[in-house]
Write a protein that binds this ligand. Structure first.
Ligand SMILES: NC(=O)c1ccc[n+]([C@@H]2O[C@H](COP(=O)([O-])OP(=O)(O)OC[C@H]3O[C@@H](n4cnc5c(N)ncnc54)[C@H](OP(=O)(O)O)[C@@H]3O)[C@@H](O)[C@H]2O)c1
Length: 133
């Protein structure tokens, strides 16, 4: 598949990305927002207890990173409104039912809206306990 057609496919699509604070997801999300700013929305699942801490983690561990500098500079004064429009943080945990998303309105909204799921949440510690994961 040509890059151009991948970009086209993503136009006006809504994507749920898990593992949003992770290495791969950060790069993936930045690339989507940069090459296809007409993506409709990205729901970014962040391991967190509530909406506030998910949003804080997303801001501190993803959006504020230097990786997003090119896009931030390109958008200038529109950066904050672009991010608010395109990105929604979702507190959750993929090991739980409904991905641990407690807000039933948000679950329904995602069922309705999401076109593509990109699951990159994973335990990447090599010394974790087998009975926990
Ligand atoms: N990095 C590479 O070069 C590479 C190459 C090929 C394949 N992969 C594969 O791609 C996947 C992701 O790799 P990565 O390098 O991005 O890993 P990573 O940096 O360790 O990120 C893992 C992400 O998954 C999240 N996570 C873990 N358990 C979760 C749970 N129960 N619910 C929700 N989120 C959870 C982590 O959240 P917290 O921040 O809360 O821990 C983190 O955001 C892995 O399967 C890896 O084997 C990676």
């Amino acid at each position: 598949m040509e890059l151009g057609s991948v970009i086209q496919v993503l136009e006006n699509k809504t994507i749920l990305v898990t593992g949003a604070t992770g290495f791969l997801a950060k790069i993936f999300v930045e690339k989507i927002l940069r090459v296809q700013p007409n993506v409709k929305k990205l729901y970014l699942l962040v391991r967190a207890a509530d909406a506030k801490s998910a949003s804080q983690r997303l801001q501190n561990e993803v959006i504020a990173k230097d990786l997003y500098r090119v896009l931030r500079e390109k958008l200038g004064a529109n950066w904050n409104s672009f991010i608010s429009e395109k990105v929604t943080s979702v507190p959750g945990d993929i090991t739980l039912e409904n991905l641990g998303v407690k807000d039933s309105n948000l679950v329904e909204e995602m069922w309705r809206e999401v076109n593509i799921v990109v699951n990159v949440a994973a335990t990447t510690n090599f010394d974790d306990r087998y009975d926990v994961h």
